[in-house]
Design a protein around this ligand. Structure first.
Ligand code: ADP
Ligand SMILES: Cc1cn([C@H]2C[C@H](O)[C@@H](COP(=O)(O)O)O2)c(=O)[nH]c1=O
Length: 274
């Protein structure tokens, strides 16, 4: 189980000297108290230039190398452990003294909007946002500048994923760790997740266990006849499957849809797939 750092209440903020900010506050307006964050005295982001008359060019080079960011992408079907891997990596960065923030889409309110939660129940506080571009403004410029690592969960729901990762890593020197579905229930690209592969330092594709045969599962089967791409849900609506059981399952769902349509049944039906 993942552990969390101590909680800081909003009132304690005012006692912290602005010159030596000790913590970054995590954010959620849904928290009854402001939660988390992190360590204190940080290594300067900007290099200290020792030569008094350092040229503009070398200053810029030093500046760039001091703030080099990273993008790491974790993909796979549902239940593959993407959120678990994201939480572990972010927690480990936090343990190493780096300032972290986690963002998830506000579309997924299954476990509330103040935390990201794995299918096993491990969780960390997060910002739930409609888009990534609002993050900097929401958290404030000063707080944003102090963040070293940004975790993004449910990345398939963010249309501005590419621009955000590009800016955060290339220009702001952030380490961005992104977790999301590469494919939807029809195995088509989902949102902009695949678009950020060319930006990435690393890509990890995880697999789950096929719910039917126990083999490695690469795909997510939707068990209902609903056809819209975005449909929030868990094990009630989706199951991870291997290739063979994906194909079989799709045939079963299609057959059910045909029967329901022919009978003019207009409700969402969950298919029993064994
Ligand atoms: N069919 C399955 N295959 C693998 N893990 C499963 C399955 N069903 C439930 N789980 C649980 O889901 C956990 C992964 O949850 P999570 O990290 O939230 O996955 P993701 O973010 O990829 O949907 C696993 O550790 C496991 O305990
Ligand atoms: C396949 C698929 C999934 N979704 C939704 C269902 C869940 O709310 C999330 C995925 O969550 P997880 O952390 O990866 O378990 O995405 C969807 O809207 N459309 C789909 O095709």
């Amino acid at each position: 189980m993942l552990t969390m750092k101590p909680i800081l209440s909003p009132s304690s903020l005012s006692t912290i000297s602005p010159l030596f900010p000790k913590f970054l506050l995590s954010p959620s307006p849904h928290h009854t108290h402001q939660t988390l964050i992190l360590p204190t005295i940080k290594t300067p982001k900007f290099p200290i230039l020792r030569r008094p008359f350092c040229s503009y060019k070398s200053s810029m080079e030093a500046l760039r190398s001091a703030r080099s960011g990273e993008v790491h992408v974790i993909i796979g079907p549902m239940f593959a452990g993407k959120t678990t891997a994201l939480l572990r990596r972010v927690q480990s960065e936090s343990d190493n003294g780096r300032n972290i923030a986690i963002i998830k889409s506000d579309k997924d309110s299954r476990y509330g909007l103040d935390s990201i939660v794995t299918h096993d129940g491990a969780k960390l506080p997060c910002w739930a946002l409609p888009d990534l571009s609002s993050f900097r403004q929401k958290i404030g410029k000063d707080a944003y500048n102090k963040i070293d690592v940004i975790g993004i969960d449910e990345a398939q729901f963010f249309e501005d994923l590419y621009d955000f990762c590009c800016k955060a890593a290339d220009y702001d020197g952030k380490t961005v760790i992104v977790a999301g579905l590469d494919g939807d229930y029809l195995r088509r690209r989902f949102g902009s997740v695949l678009d950020i592969i060319p930006l990435a330092d690393s890509v990890t594709k995880l697999t789950a266990r096929c719910e039917i045969c126990g083999k490695r599962a690469f795909f997510t089967l939707r068990k209902t006849t609903e056809t819209k791409t975005e449909l929030i849900g868990g094990a009630d609506v989706y199951m991870p499957v291997c290739r063979q059981h994906y194909v079989n399952g799709q045939v079963a769902v299609e057959a059910a849809r045909t029967v329901l349509e022919s009978k003019n049944v207009d409700f969402d039906t969950c298919i029993e797939i064994k």
